[in-house]
Design a binder for this molecule. Structure first.
Ligand code: TXA
Ligand code: MG
Length: 350
């Protein structure tokens, strides 16, 4: 085992915090069964205590990778440690998407700490794909509760350096796993209300609603935003302000750009950043004046997801008066990024 993993395991066993690389974003990990370690997550992040954490688990060992039955048996055994009622749907999704960027909400097992679940009867579970996360989970030999390793409400970290910026002291041991490949947080699917609501996507991500429908062979996978959730689970990523830069972030529609930009150009000497797709506007030599920083967006959604948070952090560090960001194209492949950008915009400038 690499020394760095051994050191991280020692920190976790002693109730400390580890910056853990995953394929989505870096997590702030602690022993999911240790109350005081969990409390440290909340105090370090400045996160309100009612907000539940995701428990990360190691991959099931299945000798023949494609053997569905063996996979179901192995996942049932692992998930039963965290959930009192592991549905066939949970096993299908585990087989289809784990390790990977999917979190499932399941009915919690009795012993799962209420500090982890935010006092709810459900628990969020994810098996991450990043090899360092897997090594750490195997070596630790238990579940790791880990929110994204950022201060509450701020931009999620996608490099080890970002985590060190968020937690500059030595209270967090950061494992460097390079830049995250996916770049935005996991899809969260609630499987606790299958009979009444089907599977409900609480947070969009790289695993799309259509992918979940296809894996489950059912067409009642719904978008949490469109379901009346009543007493349903709380998701801090669903707050209207989240993932936010300190600089005001304005999302604009390309068709309104001319009037918006002329207003901005005529107003004052504001220092602005302009983030847009490489088409029409730039070609027409038309746009914003006083642009202190211009960023061209990649045309492919996966590439933008990978780069988005680092881009927002860099722009934020320039202390501009405003960031003008072109709206994303229509199409489901942009949905998860559109979700994050919308919340980033609402929470920005404060
Ligand atoms: O990709 C990810 O999911 C990353 C990496 C580190 O795994 N983690 C992450 O954690 O994004 P966090 O805490 O920043 O966001 C987790 C979201 C929160 O909005 C939380 O409310 C929700 O998951 N969540 C956790 N447990 C839940 C539960 N039992 N019911 C409903 N929502 C839950
Ligand atoms: Mg977060």
């Amino acid at each position: 085992m690499p020394d760095s993993i051994q050191r991280a395991v020692d920190v976790l066993k002693a109730g400390g915090l580890v910056g853990m690389p995953t394929e989505t974003v870096y997590g702030l990990a602690a022993d999911a069964n240790n109350v005081s370690a969990i409390n440290k997550i909340f105090s370090s992040k400045g996160r309100p205590s009612g907000h539940p954490l995701i428990v990360h688990i190691a991959q099931a060992e299945v000798s023949v990778a494609n053997d569905r039955q063996a996979s179901a048996i192995a996942w049932r055994e692992i998930l039963s440690q965290w959930s009192r009622d592991v549905s066939p749907e949970a096993l299908i999704l585990a087989h289809a998407f784990w390790p990977g960027p999917l979190t499932m909400i399941l009915p919690k097992a009795k012993h799962v700490l209420s500090e982890v679940t935010g006092g709810q009867e459900t628990v969020g579970i994810r098996c991450p794909q990043h090899p360092i996360a897997q090594q750490l989970l195997k070596a630790f030999g238990g579940g790791l509760a880990a929110p994204s390793a950022n201060r509450f409400g701020r931009i999620s970290p996608t490099t080890a350096e970002h985590v060190r910026e968020e937690f500059p002291g030595d209270e967090v041991l950061v494992l460097d796993g390079g830049p995250c490949d996916v770049g935005i947080e996991s899809t969260i699917v609630d499987l606790t209300r299958l009979d009444s609501h089907g599977a409900v996507v609480l947070r969009p991500g790289a695993i799309t609603q259509a992918m979940i429908e296809q894996a489950l062979g059912r067409s009642d996978v719904t978008d949490g935003a469109s379901v009346n959730i009543g007493s349903a689970p709380r998701v801090s990523g669903s707050l209207s302000a989240h993932y936010a830069p300190k600089t005001k972030l304005v999302l604009y529609d390309a068709k309104d750009a001319e009037s918006l930009f002329s207003k901005v150009n005529n107003s004052d000497n504001k220092k602005v950043a302009w983030v847009h797709f490489p088409k029409d506007l730039a070609d027409k030599n038309f746009g914003l004046k006083n642009v202190a920083k211009e960023v061209l967006l990649p045309l492919e959604s996966k590439a933008l997801a990978r780069e988005l948070y680092a881009m927002l952090r860099q722009l934020d560090a320039l202390n501009m008066d405003c960031i003008f960001f072109e709206q994303l194209p229509d199409g489901v492949e942009w949905d998860a990024i559109r979700d994050r950008l919308g919340r980033a915009s609402v929470g920005s400038g404060v």
